[in-house]
Ligand binder design. Sequence first.
Ligand SMILES: Nc1ncnc2c1ncn2[C@@H]1O[C@H](COP(=O)(O)OP(=O)(O)OP(=O)(O)O)[C@@H](O)[C@H]1O
Ligand SMILES: [Cu+]
Ligand SMILES: [Mg+2]
Length: 754
Amino acid sequence: MDNLTLKLRGMSCAACANNVEQAILSVPGVIDCNVNFGAEQASINYDYKRTNLEEIQAAIEAAGYSSFSLSEEQGEDDTETASRLAEQQELVLKLKTGGVISIFLFFGSLPMMTGLNLPFIPSFLHHPWLQLVLTTPVEFWCGWSFFRNAWKSLKHHTATMDTLIALGTGTAYLYSLVVTLFPGLLISQGLEPHVYYEVAAMVVTLILLGRFLESRARGQTSAAIRKLMGLQAKTARVIRNDVEMDISIAEVRINDVIVVRPGEKIPVDGEVIEGASTVDEAMVTGESLPRKKQPGDEVIGATINKTGSFKFRATRVGKDTFLAQIVKLVQEAQGSKAPIQRLADQVTGWFVPAVIAIAIATFVIWFNIMGNLTLATMTTVGVLIIACPCALGLATPTSVMVGTGIGAENGILIKGAESLELAHKIQIIVLDKTGTLTQGKPTVTDFVTVHGTANSNELGLLQLAATVERNSEHPLAEAVVQYAKSQEVSLATVNNFLAIAGSGVQGIVNDHLVQIGTQRWLTEIGINPDSLQQYQLGWESSGKTVIFIAVDGALQGIMAISDALKPSSAQAVKALQNLGLEVVMLTGDNQQTADAIALQVGITQVFAQVRPDQKAAIIQSLQSPIQNSKSQIVAMVGDGINDAPALAQADVGIAIGTGTDIAIAASDITLISGDLQGIVTAIQLSRATINNIQQNLFFAFIYNIIGIPIAAGILYPIFGWLLNPIIAGAAMAFSSVSVVTNALRLRNFQPGVK
Ligand SMILES: Nc1ncnc2c1ncn2[C@@H]1O[C@H](COP(=O)(O)OP(=O)(O)OP(=O)(O)O)[C@@H](O)[C@H]1O
Ligand SMILES: [Cu+]
Ligand SMILES: [Mg+2]
């Protein structure tokens, strides 16, 4: 199975998105497909053994739309923008032509519309033949795309918003043409031979105007992506054959040695090999404090070198760089569908046919009841015009695009619209202790053996312990090894090494069986761990982790390891509680230590001594409904490595990453910097986005809900009100613009401000 994202062109409304989706799904071998109108993107899951990119693109082509793949975008980008520009220019020309002509027609029809005698308007403007000559180019040149697209979809037995506009304005035009040619037809019926050319021309112009404004505003919804891509440096100074030279970023290869001076942008990802400096990584990680860099440290492309100069070896270039991955991820997220959009999708599916049915009913009823052809035609045109579902298709995707973009700017990577939507419903948030609340860089602070402290026995035991721990990748093990190094203890070799997850490690060193782990584990394997209790209890109550070292089945010493809290932890926990969330701590560590840490950060609910494989089960139990209420939405925050099952079990899995080793895959949301404040921001952003979507849906529906019945003439019998088709056209154009503009308002989102 393979996954593919295509950029789409030629869609004019959500009904088009439906058509493209159907076209792609009809290709044998396509498993699943999701077309996003707002992002003009399709994401497709397909079986690469049964179909390929060409077949899928051909199907899209056959349905009357065009596509190009996101991955080949680098090359395609220029032609893409060029053709888009040409299209824009043509649209502007059509808009100007339509605008000027519409103004003449508008003044020409004013006397008739208002029923007043307006002497300043020359009467020739009202002449039907002149109006015909003026309107024809507007209808068939400016409005040509409506007819072309309507025809294309008719061939595929579908209908889109273009169908409605073509029908609406075409009807107004044809009606007027008939009246111009055979005024006698109406006069014989006792009706005035009024023409409605201005309706055809103005509606076309207004809708073009709406599209123009909409596409301009829509361009801004992907501003975040462009901003991210703009961060990329253009050139790199590499050393090749001992010569320093400036080359373009595209030519940088892995293992190139690159020189960076103070104030310069770091071109690609790499590892420092010489020199030292501090680097401002805010643009990529959201972390505001500059980071110190020295040989061995990772640097991220697009971040800015501050103080010193250094050399580094390129480790990731081109589309593999951290920045490129972020851009790709955000693009994919922007194209994904939020569950809240399903409603809009369902509506658009039957919307256009339903509107055509209502329009026909309107015509039939008015013509039969009133016997008035003019009234029947104009109400029908009004219904067709006001009913366009285009704003509906924009409501969700535009907000999602802006929301995910804002997230990325703040160092929050949101995998898809679904996670973005779900985050605002989180009720319980589970925080892992090590690496999440704490810095995850534990250090040994105390060490005592059964023979007391500071004797030769101590270093011997330390050697045994560190020798075993060197084979474990657990952060605690790392701390023990570091401590041994600082005491200048050399390490021996270990045999039969075994790690028991959540309990400890063991191995044979110099013919001694060494076992290091939790108090509980030692008890389980029949070793009494209690002889150093007076030290143990004090250390634990200050929040340190105590590990127990046994040699040949007897306790020989214990060690206290402390892992400092992140400076932001307590504040973030408080902020989460203020948002109304229940904050829970989950850890494999001992109960006393866990309680002590929980107290420091203000958490009351603690699950301690949880084995790694039980963490997911705890999440599940938190999710289950409490007494005849609904099930709970639980988020899990972890460092993404050993917490993967729990992250996956949670409704929203939030991974904390540092630098470039982020486990993007395991989580729904990734906080690039380790700062927990990011969780608060993510939840606030989710709330703001959902709010925004709801406003958009309101804007999108309100025009149709109010407009269609009025246009159909529901108020005519009571008040004599009808909706002038021109007003309908204006409302329609305004609805999409107001939706996109409202979505752009989301860009003002400020993290941390409620
Ligand atoms: N390599 C090891 N050396 C010594 N003790 C270990 C080792 N691995 C695990 N332990 C013991 O097992 C306990 C539980 O480990 P686990 O990895 O499940 O959780 P943790 O990393 O301490 O905490 P958290 O669940 O918050 O990440 C540790 O607190 C430690 O006492
Ligand atoms: Cu529309
Ligand atoms: Mg852990």
